[in-house]
Design a protein around this ligand. Sequence first.
Ligand code: ADP
Length: 374
Amino acid sequence: MSTTMDRPPGQGAPTREQITEAIRPVQEPEIGRGLVELKMVPEIAVDGRDVALTVELLTPLAPYKERLEDELRAALTTIPDLGTVTIGWRTRVRASGGGKADAQPLKGIKNTIAVASGKGGVGKSTVAANLAVTLARAGAAVGLLDADVYGPSMPLMMGQTSKPLVRDGKIVPVEAHGVKVMSIGFLLDPEKALIWRGPMVAQLITQFLNDVVWGELDYLVIDLPPGTGDVQLTLVQKIPISGAVIVTTPQAVALADAVKGLRMFQEVKTSILGIVENMSGFVCPCCNETTDIFGSGGGKRTAEQYEVPLLGQIPIEPAVRAGGDEGRPVVVGHPESATAGAFAHLAERVAARLAKDAATAPRKAMIRLMPTRG
Ligand code: ADP
């Protein structure tokens, strides 16, 4: 057994600087920059020859934790006679800002994800609900804002119809499946059709953003109304959006509309996180054969053509529809299903992309006021 006594002179306990230098080459694989450079190792404790590190992951769904642990341990073998190495893990999601410089970032909300579609019925709300629940189940603080005022489906999909409370003039969102939910559907008679004009929608959503007690959120998922008209354009200009997810089905008509959605976000210079191809093939529960009811590969081709990521292809599965109608999103009711797996992959990609944007966002220019000489 090696002790400090039989070590050559000058080779005492390692310093924090030595540890930092040893682990400096280890990279965050999605961002391709060092953990040290990204300030992801906030704590290094040295006790004699034992070392304890704390790594702060940037997303709650980092699939590369084991790999990082192996790489950190391997890097530390370059320090001779190191004792026990303990690696602790926690997650701190960082803010990726609010897209445009003139939009006010929302207080306490680190990332806003807009879920959009060129047309209705493609599964936009289903994707928004399952994305929000997947992030929350992974440990993130998540809100879900149903901005689809023409067909608010979140009360039904999230299984909550109770009216939100009002406290000190602010609305307290309704909790469902670990997510804070706000929807106009909580406040209106579901049978009643309302005519919403553009300015009213914008005013309502602004109020939902500012007058709802969201608290501290890692992610706020916003289910936008379908389409790319004036209402949507006003909303994407008003809401500080960190990134947009565009949902489509694989057939040409839906894709043409998805492209309009892409263009709308490009026009207002909002970053597009990627495309989700929903209802992408039906796996027959009897014979396991896949039938491409709406065609296949259209989302992938559109993503390639417009150079945006394809975030996932979600199959048609009866459990998705049933879960939506019963207020139990498929990721809760059937976490082992193929669709839940596809949603997990989608959430992982979205969180990774936002983390990358947060890490690479240009720092706000610091203006130094020089004293003027009299
Ligand atoms: P949108 O928000 O685009 O109008 P919805 O999310 O409300 O669409 O979905 C429309 C219908 O399709 C809902 O009944 C929903 O449960 C169902 N649905 C959505 N995605 C799938 C899927 N992958 N498999 C089966 N049914 C789905």
